[in-house]
Design a protein around this ligand. Structure first.
Ligand SMILES: O=C(O)C(=O)C[C@]1(C(=O)O)C=C[C@@H](O)C=C1
Length: 440
């Protein structure tokens, strides 16, 4: 604890050095002061804690899965930590925020996170106590208190890594094989060994990474690692893949055969596990591959969190803390906001989706994205995720309570055309406000 209050606890998909970790660091860590003369950049991975924004220190916590993260934030309001951590006798952490990936510019939605978002929030117009009487079409509410409070754009670059010791082990194995083999095999094996030593990529037989990444690196993988030769194994995160490859360094065989296993992960994950980088920037769109993250929190949680319409001091309303924008300049800038809403509709009634979307138009809310996932309640029924921009008021500072009234009345009208409706949060539009790394 400091005199500024207890540390903020922030959850992300671990282990350390995942892209989610990088996003969490950038959202919750203030930019370093400008270098006086000889500047040394601080190591992100020296400890779990990061330097805090002036008001509160921040502790970042790696969790094993997206569902563990959602459960941890939902549990935050109990003030006693998660039921699971209690059972396992682990320290009981009360989480303030979580940082989760939602979509990638190349590969699209992170569907596991969308499916969890479909289980967040209360039906608009219902109270917590009657949330059990959820509409037949709605996805069950597992995380009623979760909301989205910020977004963040992180440029994502992937590297191909192997363990350094594996390189020498495989070279030695191949050499031994050559010595043992008869003359006709010998020339063949020698060619393979030479090739593997010249280009170790050719010796790779297993690739590990997070499932999102296969689609982000499709071209590189298609060229070098045909699926009939190289097995692709999904991992919980890219950093878990790097960790596994580093651990496998002690084994001499991959699936009983001599061959390398490799991970696709971030430069930082490779550094953390002392891996050898065989190729960098292997994503299909190296100049623009970007993942958008949501910052989530528990809307019931204490007085330390402010109302939806006041922004959030802990991360300056989601402003990229690494933006080089001058603070004074930033103050003068117009801030744009988006809302995230999920709903289901009566699929049997012609025009029901068009009617629902017309409400956004009527209130001048511009739709910026629409996504769908199976409702898991009835086959071929979908839950819609709609993000919309608040109408920009040219007069300038329209009061927050006016904006809130307008939003409430829009939601009321939308209810008439939907079977279930949940409001999942309001947050600053990083692209329109001009604070994201990547411009539209
Ligand atoms: O595996 C990681 O490093 C993550 O943080 C997850 C994740 C994702 O799910 O999209 C985050 C960013 C990249 O797009 C790849 C993977």
């Amino acid at each position: 604890m400091t005199e500024d209050g207890p540390p903020l606890n922030v959850a992300y998909l671990g282990p350390e050095a995942s892209f989610s970790h990088q996003a969490a660091i950038e959202v919750f860590t203030p930019p370093p002061p400008p270098p006086p003369s000889s500047f040394q950049s601080p190591s992100c991975y020296s400890s779990q804690s990061t330097t805090a924004p002036p008001s509160r220190p921040v502790t970042l916590h790696p969790l094993p899965s997206f569902s563990a993260i959602f459960a941890a934030i939902q549990d935050a309001n109990s003030n006693h930590g998660s039921a699971q951590s209690k059972e396992q006798g682990q320290p009981q952490i009360s989480y303030d925020y979580a940082v989760v990936p939602i979509e990638n510019s190349t590969n699209g939605s992170v569907v596991q996170v969308l499916d969890l978002l479909a289980q967040c929030g209360l039906d608009s117009g219902t109270t917590r106590s009657d949330s059990d009487s959820d509409s037949a079409a709605a996805v069950p509410v597992l995380y009623p208190d979760l909301e989205v409070c910020a977004e963040y754009y992180l440029p994502v670059h992937h590297c191909l890594f192997v363990a350094p010791s594996r390189l020498s082990v495989d070279a030695t194995n191949d050499k031994n094989k050559n010595n043992d083999s008869n003359d006709s095999n010998k020339s063949n094996s020698t060619t393979t060994t030479n090739k593997a030593m010249q280009d170790p990529k050719t010796a790779i037989r297993i690739l590990y990474t997070h499932p999102q990444v296969w689609g982000q690196c499709g071209r590189f993988l298609g060229t070098h690692f045909p699926p009939n030769v190289v097995e692709r194994i999904d991992m919980g995160s890219t950093s878990a893949a790097a960790q596994l490859v580093a651990r496998e360094a002690t084994s001499t065989k991959v699936n009983g055969e001599s061959g390398l296993s490799a991970a696709i992960a971030s430069q930082l994950a490779g550094q953390k596990h002392n891996l050898v980088c065989l190729a960098e920037n292997i994503e299909d769109e190296p100049g623009s591959n970007t993942t958008r993250f949501f910052v989530m929190r528990n809307r019931q949680r204490g007085q330390d969190q402010q109302s939806l319409f006041e922004g959030d001091s802990h991360f300056a309303s989601g402003q990229s803390s690494h933006s080089q924008t001058e603070p004074l300049e930033k103050k003068k800038k117009t801030r744009y906001y988006k809302s995230l809403i999920t709903f289901t509709i009566d699929h049997t009634r012609p025009g029901s989706l068009a009617d629902a979307l017309a409400v956004f138009k009527q209130y001048s809310y511009n739709l910026t994205s629409i996504d769908t996932r199976p409702s898991r309640k009835r086959n071929w029924q979908y839950v819609f995720f709609v993000e919309c921009e608040e109408a920009f008021d040219a007069v300038g500072d329209r009061r927050d309570d006016d904006k809130e009234k307008k939003l409430r009345s829009m939601l009321q009208d939308l209810r008439k055309f939907t079977e279930s409706l949940r409001y999942l949060g309001r947050f600053e539009d990083q692209l329109r406000s001009g604070v994201a790394h990547v411009q539209p």
